[in-house]
Write a protein that binds this ligand. Structure first.
Ligand code: HEC
Length: 133
């Protein structure tokens, strides 16, 4: 009779243990999904320079990070004309070379990935029914 009792206790302990391990085994799956999502985000940005990896990115990496930190680029937002003006300014005063055939591709990349953001005030409220106080 007592032997059976011990058997039941052992069985229950083993059951609890196996539930525990199967629960903790699920943990890495959640972690993996998280890591996967994180890697996808990290992979679209070049780890060395912080530049967004999109068409034209290699040309920018070749031409634009030799004299200064890429942060100057990733922190700036400008239109295509704005970027062109920056390039011309560097060419006229800072010794930036003629970019040749690479220039339009570099400008496309910059204008697309580092375009001005439209973060400003919220638009004015319209159609409000004001009431007299
Ligand atoms: C020959 C050297 C040189 C190269 C190559 C170069 N730059 Fe510059 N750039 C400079 C210098 C010098 C400054 C001024 C840095 C400072 O103020 O500390 C500058 C400043 C900048 C700035 C900040 C000024 C502003 O108007 O916002 C940006 C953005 C920039 N460069 C982008 C680029 C891009 C894009 C390229 C590739 C097409 C590039 N640079 C290649 C020399 C260079």
């Amino acid at each position: 009779m007592q032997k059976a009792g011990v058997g039941v206790v052992v069985f229950l302990v083993l059951l609890v243990l196996s539930i525990n391990t199967s629960l903790s085994r699920q943990q890495p799956t959640i972690n993996n999904a998280y890591t996967l999502a994180f890697t996808v985000v990290a992979d679209s940005v070049d780890k060395q320079t912080g530049l967004i990896m999109a068409p034209g990115y290699t040309l920018v990496k070749q031409n634009c990070v030799r004299c200064h930190s890429p942060k100057l680029i990733t922190d700036k937002r400008a239109t295509r004309d704005g970027w062109l003006a920056t390039i011309r300014w560097m060419q006229q005063t800072q010794g930036l070379w003629d970019l040749g055939k690479a220039e339009p591709e570099i400008l496309d990349y910059l204008a697309k990935n580092y375009a001005p953001t439209n973060e400003g005030r919220r638009p004015p409220l319209k159609s409000i029914e004001w009431y007299k106080l």
